[in-house]
Design a protein around this ligand. Sequence first.
Ligand SMILES: CC(C)(COP(=O)(O)OP(=O)(O)OC[C@H]1O[C@@H](n2cnc3c(N)ncnc32)[C@H](O)[C@@H]1OP(=O)(O)O)[C@@H](O)C(=O)NCCC(=O)NCCS
Length: 181
Amino acid sequence: MTVLTAQAIGTRRLDLLPLRVQHAEEMAVVLSDPALHTFIGGAPDTPHALRSRYQRQTAGSGDPAVSWLNWVIRLRHESCLTGTLQATVSPSGEGHIAEIAWVVGTPWQGRGIATEAARGVVAWLGGQPVQSVIAHVHPEHRASAAVAAAAGLTPTDVWHEGEIRWHRSLRNGTGASRGDR
Ligand SMILES: CC(C)(COP(=O)(O)OP(=O)(O)OC[C@H]1O[C@@H](n2cnc3c(N)ncnc32)[C@H](O)[C@@H]1OP(=O)(O)O)[C@@H](O)C(=O)NCCC(=O)NCCS
């Protein structure tokens, strides 16, 4: 059994901070654009609903074998939150696998924030007992595919709920390094 907890991660422009319930109010504004749900479904949460979501997420998965790791993405020089990164680490046939996902608020998109944050988290996961990283990306979601590729993942031929599975091994000599940040 491996229980991981999110730790603060610093990259060139970003502080990835472990999610706290207190982030909900600012994040509800960051994530308020319905367009963010074009590929991932759902709709923006109210501040109240987001607070409840963050309470559930920070309480953990309830399964000691599964770690829920959540970060908010803080743009350091503007002192504001811009999005989230999450990793769900579970046992698999090949050791532990981390499924990662990212969201960046519309006003901050197109500035390389998701790319920098995803690289930071993958580099951090490379220092944990995690064998591989996966992400599920809608086939028409070019921005998300670009983020996955920049974090060193490659598309597989596996489909999951209408999305393509991307994969990166962290244990075959191509693992993440600090340079990825
Ligand atoms: C996917 C998402 C996180 C990208 O965030 P971002 O901070 O704008 O991404 P980046 O600035 O790091 O850009 C990543 C790449 O996408 C490209 N890109 C950004 N917006 C794009 C768009 N609207 N259409 C096509 N490509 C786009 C960038 O040019 C960049 O590619 P490059 O490295 O080849 O230049 C953001 O669009 C988002 O939050 N979408 C809604 C939530 C979502 O669908 N998440 C995916 C779940 S896995």
